[in-house]
Design a protein around this ligand. Structure first.
Ligand code: SF4
Ligand code: SF4
Length: 105
């Protein structure tokens, strides 16, 4: 399986995916869209620290897959989000996630 880092590094940061993402419309900033989620995952993989912003962004994704249809790099964002959720649960535990799951504000 392709590593998470290899997958996020395929992102071209073109932003085509953002027009199809339902959560970026209600979130406070672009971290609540597919491109922002990829950037936050990459930052986590580079730095190794989980911010509240990262947890909220990753657990507010609806896994709808709309973004995949627009992506020229064919990135499966819902798959990346699922994998990142597993990493975060192992890293910060359910206590660190509690309260962030529905935290689009
Ligand atoms: S899968 Fe997540 S990032 Fe992609 S469009 Fe749906 S809510 Fe947005
Ligand atoms: S459409 Fe694909 S390559 Fe472009 S920013 Fe979104 S995830 Fe990255």
């Amino acid at each position: 399986m392709e590593s998470l880092l290899d997958a996020v590094e395929k992102c071209l940061y073109c932003g085509f995916c953002e027009a199809l993402c339902p959560t970026i419309r209600v979130g406070p900033h672009r971290g609540y869209g597919p491109r922002g989620r990829i950037a936050l995952i990459k930052y986590y993989l580079d730095k190794g620290s989980a911010s509240r912003e990262l947890v909220s962004s990753i657990f507010s994704c609806l896994l709808c897959g709309s973004c995949v249809r627009a992506c020229p790099a064919l990135i499966d964002v819902p798959d990346l989000v699922r994998r990142m959720r597993s990493i975060l649960v192992a890293d910060v535990g359910f206590e660190g996630i509690d309260g962030e799951i529905v935290a689009i504000r």
